[in-house]
Every structure is written in structure tokens, then in C-alpha cells.
Design a binder for this molecule. Structure first.
Ligand code: HEC
Ligand code: HEC
Ligand code: HEC
Ligand code: HEC
Ligand code: HEC
Ligand code: HEC
Length: 246
């Protein structure tokens, strides 16, 4: 891409497609960046520039106090297609250590952590992107209109290699009251300190009742079956043959 500058203020086409003023006048002269034409990890960074908790990149060499009044929460100078790692530092996370942003198993405690969680997921490692599930051009988005199981079943199927491995829904889970995202993307974080849990996690791997015991992280089962204990949930999972090896 050339030395063009963006002309839109705020979050617009150019946030995800790069500078487009030349392209808008003559599409043959300059093409825009289209994420799905590129390596999945680089392409996902188009979304990670905003949907990931971070630190000012200058904190690699400076202390927070040196940046007083000038801290940047967004990656200044980044354009779609450039390696994001040169423009921002990810919020620090160490497996096994709880912090103000993460539970010790990597689940986010706050909103706007989809990226921090997703980059550790198995789906990300397999090249799945944010825009495999979200249409960035729609106002009527997945988060305002719960998508239903069809979103997941676009790729997944019972008895398939990528799972669920069981032959049908009943064999995968005998809980009749939950959708895929209720169990695999339970609400874990809050938009505000005082709000209820509203933000769905993007780690996708199942968070077990034992994770709740060990790390204080909410789990789907007792999050919904509020009158029940962790032991009750574990007993059900054991009967379903879904207790992970320790
Ligand atoms: C939040 C990020 C984001 C914003 C904002 C955005 N786009 Fe996109 N756009 C994408 C992604 C990601 C793709 C690739 C999607 C795919 O191929 O499934 C895309 C694809 C496209 C395509 C190619 C469609 C095709 O079928 O090949 C066009 C054209 C386009 N966008 C135009 C626009 C215009 C015009 C705007 C502003 C009104 C805009 N986009 C705003 C992320 C965005
Ligand atoms: C320039 C910053 C920016 C970029 C780039 C960006 N987003 Fe967003 N996005 C926002 C903000 C701000 C909101 C509104 C605040 C919120 O809901 O957290 C938002 C909201 C959303 C929502 C929730 C919408 C709703 O109806 O509640 C989804 C889903 C989303 N973005 C997906 C994406 C995807 C996928 C990409 C990459 C293709 C992307 N965003 C790129 C800033 C951005
Ligand atoms: C496998 C599908 C899938 C992938 C991949 C995915 N999401 Fe989501 N996302 C969802 C679903 C489903 C919801 C919640 C819908 C609901 O609550 O009704 C959601 C919710 C959201 C929200 C709204 C959160 C809120 O505050 O309510 C945002 C923002 C978002 N996703 C951004 C992203 C970004 C950025 C990525 C990539 C880093 C991503 N998603 C990857 C399926 C996905
Ligand atoms: C675009 C295709 C695609 C979509 C859409 C998709 N997945 Fe996946 N998913 C995959 C692939 C590929 C894997 C990796 C499978 C493997 O490693 O064998 C995977 C793995 C998983 C895993 C296992 C990961 C783990 O950590 O244990 C779960 C759980 C999962 N997906 C849930 C979901 C849910 C829930 C949805 C819907 C919100 C969804 N997926 C939508 C392709 C997809
Ligand atoms: C009542 C909760 C619940 C519901 C609903 C649910 N799952 Fe699961 N899922 C689980 C549990 C528990 C595991 C096992 C996790 C483990 O072994 O660590 C699992 C595992 C998986 C896996 C990993 C592969 C495997 O078979 O072990 C995939 C993929 C998956 N589920 C996809 C889905 C999809 C897609 C849906 C919606 C059609 C769905 N799940 C509905 C609880 C549920
Ligand atoms: C979104 C909320 C929700 C989630 C998440 C959820 N359930 Fe359920 N579950 C329900 C509802 C509602 C019913 C009643 C459905 C019916 O009667 O058809 C139910 C029924 C059940 C039943 C049969 C009735 C009973 O109370 O004995 C079991 C067992 C069960 N769930 C276990 C689990 C386990 C274990 C998990 C976690 C893997 C889980 N559920 C996750 C809502 C949920």
C-alpha cells in the first residue's frame, strides 16, 4: 500500500481496509486491504487492533509514569496488513497467574478482551478468524442477535473430526436447556464493575467446574443452574463421560 493517509475519522471502512481515497476515485490505481485474502493470523489483527487489551508499545522501554498524560490505548500508526506486534503490546498474561485482566487459566475478566482470549484458542491456531463468525458490515450483529447453533454447525457436525465427537446432540449433552454458546462461550466478564456478567468469553474450550474451584472463574453449568453445586455439575459430566483427565 502507498503512503496515503486515512480520510475518515473514527471507526470506518479505512480502519479495516486501510487508506482508500485513491481506490475510491479509481479502483484500478490502488486496491484496498481485504482481510480474507491474507494469512489468517495477520488478517485477524485487523480486529485485534481494537478488540484486545493492551499496553502502550513505548512501555517496552519507558515506565508508565514517563508517559503520564500521553498513554495510548490504541496502536498509533498501525494500518491493516502491517504486523500489529510492532504497534502494540498485549496486556501481560502468565498461565497460572491471576491479574486484574485475566483469571489464572487465561479467561478474560473485562470487556474488549476477545482478542486476548482468542489468540490462545485452538480455533485461532487452526486459522479461524473473527470474521468467520462476525460480519463486520452488519449492524445487526452476532452480539445483538444471538446466532443460534447454526453459526457453529457451519463447520462443526456431530461425529465429525473437529467435533462434537458424539453421534448426536443427546449424546453430546443431555442438558436440554443450553445452546452451543451457552456452554462454550458463557458470559464471564462485565461491561461495568457493577453490571451483571454480560460479555461472552472467546476461549471456546470448555471451562470446567473444577476451574471454578481452582481459579474462581465462572463456569457455564453452575452459572445457569444457580441452585446447584460444583459437585453436582461434575457428577453430570462424569455420567456423560466428559470428565477430563487430571
Ligand atoms: C470492522 C472492519 C471492517 C469495516 C469497518 C469495513 N469492512 Fe469491509 N471487509 C472487512 C473484512 C474482514 C472483509 C472480508 C470479509 C470476507 O471476505 O468474508 C471485508 C470485505 C469487504 C469487501 C469485499 C467484499 C467481497 O465480497 O469481496 C468490500 C467491497 C468492503 N469490505 C467494503 C467496505 C466498505 C465500503 C466499508 C465502509 C462502509 C467497509 N468495508 C467497512 C472488514 C471491514
Ligand atoms: C477501530 C476500532 C475497531 C476495529 C478495527 C474493529 N472494531 Fe469491532 N467494535 C469497535 C467498537 C468501539 C465497538 C463498540 C463497543 C463494544 O461493543 O465493545 C465494536 C463492536 C463490535 C462488535 C459488537 C457489536 C454489537 O452489536 O454489540 C463486534 C461483534 C465487533 N465489533 C467485531 C469486530 C470484528 C470482527 C472486527 C474485525 C473485522 C472489528 N470488530 C474491528 C471497534 C473496532
Ligand atoms: C466461533 C465464532 C466466533 C469467533 C471466531 C469470534 N466470535 Fe465474537 N462472538 C461470537 C458470538 C456467538 C458472540 C455472542 C453473541 C451473543 O451473545 O448473542 C460474540 C460476541 C462478540 C462481541 C460482543 C461482546 C460484548 O461485549 O457483548 C464482540 C465485540 C466480539 N464477539 C468480537 C470478536 C472478535 C474481535 C473476534 C476475533 C478476535 C471474535 N469475536 C471471534 C462468536 C465468535
Ligand atoms: C469457520 C469454521 C468454524 C466455525 C464457524 C466454528 N468452529 Fe469451532 N472449530 C473449528 C476448527 C477447525 C476447530 C479445531 C478442531 C480440531 O482441533 O480438531 C474448532 C474447534 C472447536 C472446539 C474445540 C476447542 C477446544 O479448545 O477444545 C470447540 C469447543 C469449538 N470449536 C466450538 C465452537 C463453537 C461453540 C462455535 C460457534 C460459536 C464454533 N466452534 C464455530 C472450526 C469452526
Ligand atoms: C450443556 C453443555 C454443552 C452444550 C450445550 C454443548 N457442548 Fe460441546 N462440549 C461440552 C463439554 C462438557 C465438552 C467436553 C470438554 C472437555 O472434554 O474438556 C464439549 C466438547 C465439545 C467439542 C470438543 C470436541 C469433543 O467432542 O469433545 C466441540 C467441538 C464442541 N463441544 C462443540 C459443540 C457445539 C458445536 C455445540 C452446539 C451444537 C455444543 N458443543 C454444545 C458441553 C456442551
Ligand atoms: C443457558 C443455561 C444452561 C446452561 C449453560 C446449562 N444448562 Fe443444563 N439445563 C438448562 C435448562 C433450562 C434445563 C431444563 C431443560 C428441559 O427441561 O428441557 C437444563 C437441564 C439440565 C439437566 C436435566 C435436568 C436436571 O436439572 O437434572 C441436567 C442434568 C443439566 N441441565 C446439566 C447441565 C450441565 C452439567 C451443564 C454444564 C455442562 C449445563 N446443564 C449447562 C439450562 C442450562
Amino acid at each position: 500500500m502507498s503512503q496515503q493517509k486515512r480520510i475518515e475519522a473514527g471507526i470506518g471502512c479505512e480502519s479495516c481496509h486501510g487508506p482508500g481515497s485513491v481506490h475510491a476515485k479509481d479502483e484500478r490505481k490502488e486496491s484496498i486491504y481485504k482481510a480474507s485474502d491474507h494469512d489468517s493470523h495477520r488478517a485477524t489483527e485487523v480486529c485485534l487492533q481494537c478488540h484486545m487489551r493492551n499496553r502502550d508499545k513505548r512501555m517496552e522501554r519507558l515506565e508508565l509514569k514517563d508517559l503520564f498524560g500521553d498513554v495510548r490505548d490504541y496502536p498509533k500508526g498501525f494500518e491493516p496488513g502491517k504486523p500489529l506486534i510492532n504497534y502494540k503490546l498485549q496486556a501481560p498474561f502468565r498461565l497460572g497467574q491471576e491479574s486484574k485482566e485475566f483469571y489464572a487459566n487465561g479467561v478474560g475478566k473485562k470487556n474488549r478482551m476477545q482478542g486476548n482470549e482468542f489468540v490462545h484458542s485452538i480455533m485461532y491456531k487452526h486459522g479461524i478468524t473473527c470474521f468467520d463468525c462476525h460480519d463486520p458490515h452488519k449492524l445487526d450483529s452476532t452480539s445483538t442477535t444471538p446466532p443460534g447453533d447454526a453459526l457453529c454447525m457451519k463447520c462443526h457436525d456431530y461425529g465429525s473430526v473437529i467435533g462434537p465427537h458424539q453421534k448426536n446432540r443427546q449424546a453430546h449433552t443431555s442438558c436440554g436447556g443450553a445452546s452451543c454458546i451457552d456452554c462454550h462461550m458463557p458470559k464471564m466478564a462485565r461491561h461495568l464493575k457493577s453490571s451483571p456478567l454480560t460479555v461472552r468469553t472467546h476461549v471456546f474450550g470448555f471451562i470446567t467446574p473444577d476451574d471454578t474451584r481452582q481459579y474462581g472463574v465462572p463456569n457455564a453449568c453452575t452459572g445457569c443452574h444457580t441452585g446447584r453445586t460444583l459437585e453436582w455439575a461434575e457428577k453430570q459430566l462424569e455420567q456423560w463421560g466428559m470428565t477430563p483427565w487430571k
